[in-house]
Design a protein around this ligand. Sequence first.
Ligand code: SF4
Length: 378
Amino acid sequence: MYDPKSSDLGLYIHIPFCLKKCGYCSFVSYEKCDHLYDGYVDALIKEIRKADTGNRKVKTVYFGGGTPSLLRPQHIYKIMDTIYDKCDVAGDGEITMEANPGTVDHVKLRDFRECSINRLSLGIQSTDDDDLRYLERIHDRATALQTIKDASKVFDNVSCDLIYGLPQRSIDTWEKVLREVSSMDIEHISMYALTLEDDTPLGKKIAEGKAAPLSEDQEADEYELIDKIRIPFEQYEISNWSKRGYESKHNVNYWERGDYLGFGVAAHSCMGRVRSANTSDITKYLDSLKKGDSPEEFREELDDEKILGETVMLALRMAKGVSINDIKTIFNVEFEDKYKNEIRDLAELGLIERTEIGYKLTKKGRLLGNQVFVRFIE
Ligand code: SF4
């Protein structure tokens, strides 16, 4: 029987604004809305003040988007001030902000650092101008490189996001991007495959035959290249690499199925058995907080079976994999009995392998992760 313990908390703050929508973007973000920034920050502050944190220690805060770095440092200061006032934030708390090249300079970064931000996650995506044009990013190669340099002078913990599987580029270009970014003064890299919803501008172009379609083979080749060229970072999760000790604490909390509270439009929360989400409509979000109502739009309570499946799936995303002992301790379940058939089938397909503590994905399994996860959460 799963017994949710009062663990430490992560806080996620969604900032749904961007200067301009990128062609592939399906995140909840609105362009050209600077007139909403002040009101949105006030709404966030109201929502944070009303939250039930159960007096738990806050270990991580994450400003995600959208483009949080579009806000002024004073906005971040006000939000952090509210969090410090309301919550018990750990002295060594990790406080991350996502920032995009083209929205920050050295001075603005230094001001964010002074608002307690101690980790910066940069949406670099590529350092190749053709790639950046294809993705319809607002920045070019020179801005990307300058932003990384500025960030590493101000922050001791900098992460860069990159995208692989861009259909118009060659594997050589990907190799150049990888080598260039991984040789810079940064501590962490997240790399995601390009995925496209049909209703994005790029998705539509591909559907109409006006842009090259995505290729699973190319995606696999580019993912495998990361391993082959041995970047000086250790892979600790399917999409994440870091220097030792610089793993993202906030995201590790997600993969360990720890508790987190999300604030802002479209933000999700997970507290023990209960999962919930706010409205994705910014007008509704602002109105509900103005009236003193909750912006929550969805709530579900998960049973033991679902929580167990989720816990296994999330653990398998991590390089260390799932621990048989942890599953026994948390759920009182014998992992190898419960999942006898899944383990047999997935091992036969070469997707998972035994470790000293349990099971982890193989190299092939990391490429075909969804085929594995579906066996535990269906
Ligand atoms: S910067 Fe990020 S959130 Fe904003 S439009 Fe581009 S992909 Fe979407």
